[in-house]
Design a protein around this ligand. Structure first.
Ligand code: C2O
Length: 475
């Protein structure tokens, strides 16, 4: 079926579903029934070639704030904005500002487009642009140029539950609700997915390649924590659990506002935390419909300063709270062959031990880990297969961290890539290094409450495993 056949049958379907729902701006529970046919309706978001350039934004600069700090009135506003966006999908299925279209933008760019926005350096810039246009549309629908998206600051230990606006009420009368989540309102994200051990290698990533990736590889945070939170919220089967459907859960946008804040925080963290100056990167460009339905193209270079260019900022960076000083990373990369067991020769071991004695952070890099890429999951990595079998998580002395996998689409148009894995192993590595047999890396899928997992411990191989330790820069 051609694209236009498809669109018209979809439109007809949407009209039937939407019959009898109320108008824009009113909470419209009927509008929340997103038809499942949209699963396949992942069409190009516009007409390529016809985009007009994005114009300088003259709105006032306003903060994006943690979702947990919104006042009742602000929560109501957020709900009204999403209700309006959902209602638009029903009243005018062709309006590109409607919620279904908004969700499908993500679907298109991640699972159909020939230039996917995951697994490479487009990740942070593209998602910033996507959220920016989404935010402006929401603001327009409620007639408020000061509206900014909230963010879910899951790295804060008291904010591990989904923000209550998104779960209360926990049913379809709430436009921020989604019925496919694997997490219930009382559940918390597993600490091991978002705690300081995870955040430290992110905030202190040495360069943009480590932080944001390159032409054909992802940065550290795209895997962990970003991917883990997708899997935690969506599980295998829920919308957040695969990229083609993730945009259908409003919490996606709060999750990604926090991911965007990470980028902002990383940039602020050190003078060396610079974005690529490469013309190939700066000229990356994508097109989106704006709040007036005008198809606009925006370049990476127009997104790099979110405050002056996109008119929003974030509160203080937590970078300094976690890391007292700027770090440079010294790589310890012995000429070993990684063959299931990582045996660190005495000379290199002593080097790492000395760094630990000096209380320097130590990281373990796992390059191209061989993990299953056929489903969305979070894998726990241990330095000992017996410990992986017992699977006690962070309580195990051999626990090293997690590796998430998020499918691009459940139909697997594009298989996902293994993430760049850098684990903070400062607290555990001393004992593990002393073991004469070396470390035998193993992994096991973490079970979730909702979905039964057949536990199978597998040995982990990778192209390369090495260490690095932090040094205070003498600037
Ligand atoms: Cu485009 Cu969190 O995914």
């Amino acid at each position: 079926m051609s694209r236009s056949d498809f669109s018209s049958s979809r439109r007809a379907f949407l009209r039937n579903v939407g019959a009898g729902t109320s108008a824009l701006g009113v909470l419209a529970p009927g509008a929340l029934l997103l038809p499942s046919v949209s699963q396949a309706a992942c069409e190009p978001p516009g007409t390529p070639g016809s985009a007009r350039p994005w114009r300088a934004d003259c709105r006032p600069i306003r903060p994006r704030r943690p979702a947990s700090t919104l006042t009742a009135a602000e929560v109501q506003k957020l709900k009204v904005a999403y209700a309006a966006m959902r209602a638009l999908s029903v009243s005018d299925p062709d309006d590109p500002r409607g919620f279904t279209h908004q969700a499908n933008i993500h679907c298109w760019f991640c699972s159909v487009s020939t230039s996917p926005v995951h697994g490479n350096w487009q990740f942070f810039a593209w998602h910033r642009a996507y959220l920016y246009f989404h935010e402006r549309i929401l603001g327009k629908l409620i007639n408020d140029s000061e509206f900014r998206l909230p963010y879910w600051d899951w790295e804060i230990s008291t904010h591990r539950k989904m923000p209550s606006a998104y779960t209360s009420p926990d049913n379809s009368t709430n436009p921020l609700w989604n019925g496919t989540r694997a997490m219930s309102p009382a559940d918390e994200l597993p600490d091991e997915d978002v705690n300081e051990d995870v955040m430290e290698p992110v905030y202190s990533a040495a360069n943009f390649g480590e932080f944001g990736g390159g032409v054909s590889y992802s940065g550290i945070p795209e895997g962990s924590p970003h991917g883990s939170v997708h899997v935690d919220v969506g599980g295998w089967a829920g919308d957040m659990g695969a990229f083609d459907t993730a945009g259908r859960d409003p919490i996606f946008y709060a999750h990604h506002a926090n991911v965007d804040k990470l980028w902002s925080d990383w940039n602020k963290g050190a003078s060396s935390h610079e974005n690529p100056s490469d013309a190939t990167f700066l000229n990356l460009n994508w097109s989106f419909y704006d709040e007036n339905k005008v198809w606009r193209s925006i370049k990476a270079s127009q997104l790099l300063n979110h405050e002056t260019q996109l008119r929003y900022n974030y509160g203080l960076s937590r970078f300094r709270e976690i890391l007292p000083c700027i770090l440079d990373w010294i790589i310890v990369r012995p000429p070993w062959r990684f063959d299931r067991a990582v045996v660190v020769e005495p000379k290199f071991r002593d080097q790492i031990m000395k760094a630990l004695d000096e209380r320097r952070p130590v990281r373990m890099h796992i390059n191209h880990p061989q993990i299953p890429l056929d489903k969305s999951a979070v894998y726990r990595v241990y330095a000992d297969p017996k410990e992986a079998e017992a699977d006690a998580g962070p309580k195990s002395p051999a626990f090293l961290g997690v590796i998430p996998v998020v499918l691009n689409s459940r139909e697997k148009h594009h298989p996902p890539k293994a993430p760049q894995v850098v684990l903070n192993v400062s607290h555990r590595i001393a004992n593990l290094l002393r073991s004469p047999e070396g470390m035998r890396l193993a992994f096991v899928e973490r079970p979730s409450k909702k979905e039964k997992v057949e536990r199978k411990v597998q040995l982990l191989s990778a192209r390369d495993v090495y260490f690095s330790y932090g040094e205070t820069m003498r600037e």
